[in-house]
Design a binder for this molecule. Structure first.
Ligand SMILES: O=P(O)(O)OC[C@@H](O)[C@@H](O)c1c[nH]c2ccccc12
Length: 259
């Protein structure tokens, strides 16, 4: 079974919510990657979403854009990221999901990308600018047993959510805001209703992401779904040396909540 799917299944059995932190590969240099991944693994994260820095990141807010710029200035390339993951894969056990825009993968070459991902033990990919209609172009990734994570948004209709969740693998990424990534104080609208709707339709776990930055956000959202993804806040904590706050966020996902 795919390592990510297995980790999510273990959360379900333990009645815990999944917690997936996002970090930008190469932010602070790729030498930092191993210690960051091990810190997150030891803190109890379920998996890690590892960002590929890109010059034109359409969905990224200021914190992630800046992290991407720092990483590019370090000279980080997708090749170097995959080589680094390959090098540390026996020490880092946590499933890794690569997150990047389609251009980076196309430029690398799909076949070579898939082979290198397999060698590096990558469990999943998130390619947010690829709608399901174009997923076929990336089917080599799926065929290799690496899950392609699909996203739904607040503006997706019930019909669209039904199409997206049918045949979904790994988990469904339920975007919780209309906008770009970044910490926010709270969420508008009927977030609970939206997450419940996605959960009802999805055959795989549903994880909420975008704007989650406080333990109460984690608790508020996980009442209605199977876990969370936190990016900007994690990047900020690593940058300011406030790692304790990362552990608090992860712990919030382990507080048992009644569904
Ligand atoms: O940073 P936030 O608001 O906590 O959101 C998670 C997000 O950063 C991460 O999953 C992500 C980074 N870039 C993306 C682009 C599209 C979808 C998701 C992402």
């Amino acid at each position: 079974m795919n390592k990510l799917t297995k980790a999510l299944e273990e959360c379900r059995v333990k009645q815990e919510k999944a917690f997936i932190p996002y970090i930008m590969a190469g932010d602070g240099g790729l030498e930092r990657l191993k210690s960051q991944l091990l810190f997150l693994e030891n803190g109890g994260a379920t998996a890690v979403e590892l960002g590929i820095p890109f010059s034109d990141p359409v969905a990224d807010g200021p914190v992630i854009q800046q992290a991407g710029i720092r990483s590019l200035e370090e000279g980080t390339t997708l090749k170097a990221i995959l080589n680094k993951v390959m090098e540390i894969k026996n020490e880092v056990k946590i499933p890794i999901i690569l997150m990047g825009y389609s251009n980076s993968i196309m430029a690398y070459g799909l076949k070579e990308f898939t082979e290198d991902c397999l060698r590096a033990g990558i469990s999943g990919c998130i390619i947010p600018d690829v709608p399901i209609e174009e997923e076929k172009m990336f089917s080599a990734i799926k065929t290799a047993g690496i899950v392609l994570i699909r996203l739904v948004t607040l503006t997706s209709s019930k019909e669209r959510i039904t199409e997206i969740t049918a045949g979904a693998e790994g988990f469904i990424y339920a975007v919780t805001v209309n906008g770009i990534t970044g910490a926010r104080d709270g969420f508008g609208g009927d977030l609970g209703g939206y997450l419940k709707k996605v959960k009802e339709l999805s055959p795989v776990p549903v994880l909420a992401g975008f704007g989650i930055s406080k333990p109460e956000h984690v608790r508020d959202t996980t009442q209605f779904c199977d876990g969370v993804i936190v990016g900007s806040k994690i990047i900020e904590c690593f940058e300011t040396g406030n790692e304790a706050q990362i552990n608090e966020l992860i712990q919030a996902s382990k507080d048992l909540v009644q569904k």
